[in-house]
Design a protein around this ligand. Structure first.
Ligand code: IPD
Ligand code: CA
Length: 272
């Protein structure tokens, strides 16, 4: 018999979204409690790539909860690496997306948690613990901020589009990213660099940004936000017919996507 009860049934994706939401709210509470502490700050890949004691403690908290509630799942986390699993579910955890803003006390940072089921992102939650906003989505179920369904970006021509982006931590790559932005800026409405890829993607979902693109993101930065943006109706891409990935994450309203993505391709924005 193919189903004799010995196989753990896969969870409905809404259960995964509910768990992601519960974990993000708990993590947000921890961040709020500790945000004014005198926490230690270390650097990672470059002197501008920082991690705090709070990032590490919050990720440890989320991972402990996942291990307790879903011990067979795999986990990829920004600060503590990968844990293998056997269930077909893999979690992507960024305890604080926008760590530089967190250190400075700028209120644009978020907990970002996504779940992948058999290779597809099916659940995502992004929570800004300072504003209290909770963005969430399940594959095929729409995107929400709290209870409010998100409708994606407004219809706007390229020349008026306000486009979010971000820069990596490597100085050479930054110089090339800025060259792309210099060529792009005269052809669009404006640029925003908010400092949290997860919140940028949710801002596209909520119609606060018309589009967003960035190269070099990690899976924990983009997984939840890309699902939320796409469930809100935005077009998501990795350019040149590829799906979004760490190589290139590009998101725009359907009316803008074709033209903006073609321009980004022309500027080789994905080759920096
Ligand atoms: C960073 C933020 C930033 C983006 C960087 C990311 P972190 O994540 O999302 O907006 O431009 O590429 O690395 O380091 O704060 O988790
Ligand atoms: Ca982070």
């Amino acid at each position: 018999m193919w189903c004799d009860g010995s196989v753990t049934p896969l969870p409905p994706t809404t259960d995964l979204t509910e768990l992601a939401t519960q974990l993000a709210l708990g993590a947000g509470e921890l961040i709020r409690i500790h945000r004014h502490d005198h926490f230690a700050i270390d650097t990672k890949s470059t002197p501008t790539d920082v991690v705090t004691e709070v990032d590490r403690a919050v990720e440890a908290h989320i991972r402990a909860e996942l291990a307790r509630q879903r011990p067979d799942d795999a986990v990829v986390g920004e600060e503590a690496g990968d844990r293998e699993g056997t269930s077909g579910v893999r979690w992507f955890v960024d305890p604080i997306d926008g760590t530089v803003n967190f250190v400075l006390g700028l209120p644009q940072y978020a907990v970002s948690i996504a779940a992948e089921l058999d290779g597809r992102i099916v659940a995502g939650c992004v929570h800004n613990p300072i504003s209290g906003e909770l963005f969430h989505a399940s594959l095929g179920g729409g995107a929400f901020a709290g209870d409010e369904r998100l409708g994606g970006p407004r219809q706007v021509p390229l020349a008026r589009a306000v486009v979010g982006t971000g820069f990596g931590y490597d100085a050479g790559r930054r110089a090339r990213q800025v060259a792309v932005v210099a060529a792009l800026l005269p052809r669009i409405g404006d640029i925003r660099r908010i400092g949290s890829a997860a919140l940028d993607l949710c801002s596209v979902a909520a119609g606060r940004l018309d589009a967003y693109f960035e190269v070099g993101l990690n899976s924990w930065d983009w997984s939840a936000g890309v699902l939320i943006a796409s469930e809100a109706g935005a077009t998501v891409s990795g350019l040149r017919g590829r799906p979004p990935s760490g190589t290139m994450t590009a998101v725009a309203g359907p009316g803008l996507a074709l033209e903006l993505f073609a321009l980004l391709e022309e500027l080789n924005a994905d080759d920096v």
